[in-house]
Design a protein around this ligand. Structure first.
Ligand SMILES: Cc1ncc(COP(=O)(O)O)c(C=O)c1O
Length: 368
């Protein structure tokens, strides 16, 4: 049996009857950049997140970049974030001329450990950038309390967490603003590059709308030097179709996660903890073990594809060697990266595939 981590072709076959007319609407209106489909998506996604505004952008990295600029992050400022993330989280800080300051993760959740944040704050710290990794919300109450105490703003990196809830509230409205990615592998995914910012702050939304379009507040009225970070009309159209399916897809991911947890109970591996306050949307279902590479190879031999998110924490990437954080600086993040495996978890998985994957893992790692 073959079990891929994702099957976008099969997903398209299911959605063909909805997607093609939506793309045709864009062509008929010739609204290729922003336009009616994107505007409608902005309203629908803001409703979904429970925020006042959604500003549609070219990709998630652009959303992080504009998000930090909207918070007033400037050259030489510091922004606190996690090293256990995709490079883009740190890159966006660097784009502002600011410095990423990493704080280790809580090994139970793989997210920023709030207990370690305060000691990383200096007089240059401007913002905190937690990532809701794998679709599991970061501990936002604890982070918000620290931010308030030190007069810092919070940008959520919600690239992997569309629809996740923290104490019943959806991510996207838990900080000052949030950045989403709709990269084709995400839970809510475009057919190309796309991203968005969500916020309840009118001024921030106004800034982001101008900044994504060369600083324009009206046609050819350029208030400041901005960017070309606009979402394409086709992506807005695709995202509107897919947003309608996201509830069912998320429920299916959560059901698969419950099934994996049930079947993997007692196996020689570690699983992340789902705190009762969190509703994880399972962008990834990860397991941790010491002989990771051997297990990946054995799963591949049985036709089971896996992903490693991420093989190396950001502070150990050559791109960030200038920060001077040698191995051992963030031991929990480093340990997670050495031991993590992401199992297939997409809404198209059959019960047979789920059982096949779980049984293969049990056989390979052994059971107590
Ligand atoms: C945690 C995280 N942050 C940021 C990004 C960047 O998003 P994009 O690829 O849309 O620029 C991604 C995804 O790629 C991500 O997973």
């Amino acid at each position: 049996m073959n079990v891929p981590v994702l099957d976008l072709k099969a997903e398209f076959e299911e959605l063909r009857g909805e997607i093609l007319p939506a793309l045709e609407r864009v062509c008929m209106n010739a609204s290729f950049i922003l336009g009616t489909e994107v505007e409608a998506f902005e309203r629908e996604f803001a409703d979904f997140c429970g925020t006042k505004h959604c500003v549609a952008l070219a990709n998630g990295t652009a959303a992080l970049h504009l998000g930090l600029l909207a918070l007033g992050v400037q050259p030489d400022d510091e922004v606190i974030t996690t090293p256990n993330t995709f490079l883009a989280t740190a890159e966006a800080i660097t784009y502002c001329g600011a410095v990423p300051v990493f704080v280790d993760i809580d090994p139970a959740t793989a997210n920023l450990d709030p207990k370690l944040i305060e000691r990383a704050i200096t007089e240059r710290t401007r913002a905190i950038l937690p990532v809701h990794l794998y679709g599991r919300p970061a501990d936002m109450d604890a982070i918000r309390e620290i931010a308030e105490r030190h007069n810092l703003r919070i940008l959520e990196d919600a690239a992997q967490a569309h629809g996740a809830r923290y104490r019943g509230r959806r991510v996207g409205g838990l900080g000052t603003l949030a950045a989403f990615s709709f990269y084709p592998t995400k839970n809510l995914a475009a057919y190309g590059e796309a991203g968005a910012l969500t916020t309840n702050d009118d001024q921030i939304a106004k800034f982001a709308r101008a900044a994504r379009s060369h600083g324009q507040t009206a046609r050819y009225e350029h208030e400041f030097v901005g960017y070309n970070y606009r979402m394409h009309g086709f992506q807005g159209a695709v995202l509107r179709v897919k947003l309608r399916h996201l509830y069912a897809w998320t429920a299916k991911r959560q059901e698969i996660a419950r099934e994996y947890r049930r079947m993997l109970a007692g196996a020689h591996l570690e699983l992340p903890v789902d705190a009762p306050r969190d509703e994880c949307v399972y962008h990834q279902f990860v397991i941790y073990m010491s002989n990771r590479n051997k297990v990946v190879a054995q799963l591949a031999a049985r036709g089971i594809e896996t992903v490693i998110h991420y093989p190396r924490p950001v502070h150990l990437q050559p791109a960030y060697s200038s920060l001077g954080c040698p191995p051992g600086t963030f031991p929990h993040a480093e340990r997670a990266c050495e031991r993590v495996i992401g199992l297939p978890i997409h809404p198209g998985l059959t019960s047979e595939q789920i059982a096949y994957v779980a049984n293969a893992v049990r056989e390979i790692v052994g059971v107590e």
